[in-house]
Design a protein around this ligand. Structure first.
Ligand code: CP
Length: 301
């Protein structure tokens, strides 16, 4: 692997390998001394055209723990504002001896385009409505850590599926590892091509959550909605929000995941977000382990 641009194009064996290496990295995270020299002569750059807290910070912490030279580029403060193209920005990072570029872009396919045009390894930190592979990998890691395996688990992904790159990456990734996936959203927030996939689809949130082993809530991506696709946040919360009442319908050992940022009172209630079955904070920690694993694997040469 030179790049990680999506789970659609990642082999099952590679996904398994990333998750296994992440388990080793998690052991390092649990030590007092978290520093390693895996990336001591490597250079890592984050190139973010969209806002981020978790993805950008966890890649930067991962790179620093592993001893890399790190540069964080925010498009808003870079020469992108003076008209520099994505390829020219990538070639500049190549010229600066960058080994790995982590890119987040509002255009679907931007990481794939960049990967074809630079020498550095490219990791997709989220591209438009296409994929967010490292989020799905950390979701899979978190489920495996708790349940042992994804195979035959009932995973419900509920919320704004239409605009969710996290949902797409999890459909590819968790599907490859044998999970049974149910998607739940109002009709207006389901992608048009969903009928061509092998996942179960429902617009009944209680039915979607009933008996689920894993429930993944998705944020309402109001910034990607061109027009009002939901009547009101209150009505959406009532019909599709993850509440303690709704979570009580899931399996008694069910896990609640959410990629963040969460909007309390919209797609998730505070009671559910803070419940013992919520793994939202564990997901963030595991994101560092998964990203350390990716940086290690892509720079091994
Ligand atoms: N889950 C996720 O991508 O969060 P950020 O937007 O904060 O990176």
């Amino acid at each position: 692997m030179k790049d990680l641009v999506g789970l659609r194009e990642t082999e099952t064996a590679d996904i398994e390998n990333i998750l296994s290496v992440a388990a080793e990295m998690k052991k390092i995270l649990n030590q007092n001394v978290k520093k390693t020299n895996h990336l001591s002569n490597k250079s890592v750059a984050t190139l973010f055209y969209e806002n981020s807290t978790r993805t950008k910070t966890s890649f930067e912490i991962a790179a620093k723990f592993m001893g890399a030279a790190l540069s964080g580029i925010s498009a808003a403060q870079s020469s992108v504002q003076k008209g520099e193209s994505l390829i020219d920005t990538g070639k500049t990072l190549d010229a600066l001896c960058t080994d790995v570029i982590i890119i987040r872009h509002n255009a679907s396919g931007a990481p794939h385009f960049l990967a074809k045009n630079v020498k550095a390894s490219v990791i997709n930190g989220g591209d438009g409505m296409n994929e967010h592979p490292t989020q799905a990998l950390l979701d899979m890691f978190t489920v495996r850590e708790e349940k042992g395996a994804l195979k035959d688990l009932n995973v419900t992904i509920i919320g704004d599926v239409k605009h969710s790159r996290v949902a797409r990456s999890n459909i590819w990734g968790m599907g490859r590892l044998g999970a049974n996936i149910t998607l739940c959203a109002p009709d207006t927030l389901l992608p048009k091509d969903i009928a061509r996939t092998s996942v179960r689809v429902t617009t009944d949130a209680d039915e979607a959550v009933r008996g689920a082993d894993v429930v993944i809530g998705l944020r309402l991506q109001l910034e990607r909605m061109k027009s009002g696709l939901i009547p009101s946040i209150n009505e959406y919360n009532e019909l599709f929000g993850l509440s303690e009442r709704r979570m009580a319908l899931a399996d008694k050992d069910a896990m609640l995941l959410h990629p963040g940022p969460i909007n309390r009172g919209a797609e998730i209630d505070g009671g559910a977000a803070d419940a013992p079955y919520s793994f939202i904070e564990r997901q963030v920690t595991n994101g560092v382990a998964v990203r350390m694993a990716l940086l290690f694997l892509l720079t091994r040469g």
